[in-house]
Design a protein. Structure first.
Length: 278
């Protein structure tokens, strides 16, 4: 085992196995058995710790193996002897078609996520840290961050690793704020939807094009697809109501925005009926 330092300043445990010659083929029941990205739960590890099975998305079983070039990261796990693959851990990996691991991250089991409710939207960073720090350790573990702040088995491990500068498996107050400022619901809750709309409407024409919407939505490669979904009237631009609905779907949850949209549609229908009668 070799301990290396990443470009992010996080201690990375890179496990190398010399002379390993495994030819395990990935067996999968999914529609994409050769997906290069594997996200799921570790279900089995062999005695050597070099071969394991991952239940991907609750559907397909992927058999993976390590070789001398595989990089292994333990996210949210301190370097105290517990850094080893164990059944139940979360997994994110990039792999070859035959199941050879290029890079893999192991994370502690998160369990059921918790919703802090709308009160979190008005909290300061300090108040939120205190609320989420359930074990009163003055730091935020991977489980605490994933359970209460940002739960993404695909993107969460990388985000947490980059924020955990000292690689101790937890976020101190400074690291926590850095990680928090990259979470969409948090950043969008710092202003009202109206304020975000005015700020993004650079040409002051009363609507947002894709580029302007990108100042609010930071989903990168998914921006155009999200824009099309948010553009409910298919006008090719976003009005203030559509923009507000998107922001609320992030800050308050999709279900709440869906309920609000139904209420808005009902009010609009009633208004149309009254206008027709008049």
């Amino acid at each position: 085992m070799i301990l290396k330092q990443s470009v992010y300043g996080v201690a990375i445990l890179v496990i190398t196995f010399s002379g390993l010659t495994l030819n395990t083929q990935a067996q999968s029941n999914s529609k994409k058995p050769n997906s290069s990205v594997v996200v799921g739960t570790l279900t089995n590890v062999d005695s050597s710790g070099k071969k394991f099975a991952v239940q991907q998305n609750g559907e397909s079983l992927r058999n993976l193996y390590l070789d001398s070039k595989s990089k292994v990261y333990f996210i949210g796990l301190p370097a105290n002897g517990k850094q080893k693959p164990m059944a139940g851990q979360g997994v994110k990996a990039t792999v070859d078609k035959d199941g050879r691991v290029k890079m893999i991250s192991f994370t502690p089991p998160v369990g059921e996520t918790k919703i802090l409710g709308e009160k979190r939207l008005k909290m300061t960073e300090t108040e939120l840290l205190k609320e989420v720090d359930k074990d009163s350790s003055n730091s935020i573990s991977y489980v605490e961050f994933s359970k209460y702040i940002y739960n993404s088995p695909k993107h969460g491990p990388d985000s947490f690793r980059k924020a955990d500068k000292d690689g101790d498996g937890a976020l101190d107050s400074t690291e926590f704020v850095e990680a928090l400022n990259k979470v969409s619901w948090w950043t969008l809750s710092r202003k009202t939807p109206g304020q975000w709309f005015i700020q993004a409407d650079r040409d002051k024409d009363g609507v947002l094009d894709t580029k302007e919407f990108g100042l609010i939505c930071t989903s990168g490669n998914h921006l155009k697809n999200i824009f099309k979904r948010v553009d409910r009237d298919k006008s090719g631009s976003l009005n203030e109501r559509e923009t507000e609905a998107y922001i609320r779907s992030i800050t308050h949850g999709k279900e709440r925005s869906k309920q609000k949209r139904k209420r808005d549609e009902k009010v609009t229908t009633q208004s149309i009926r009254r206008t027709s009668i008049a």
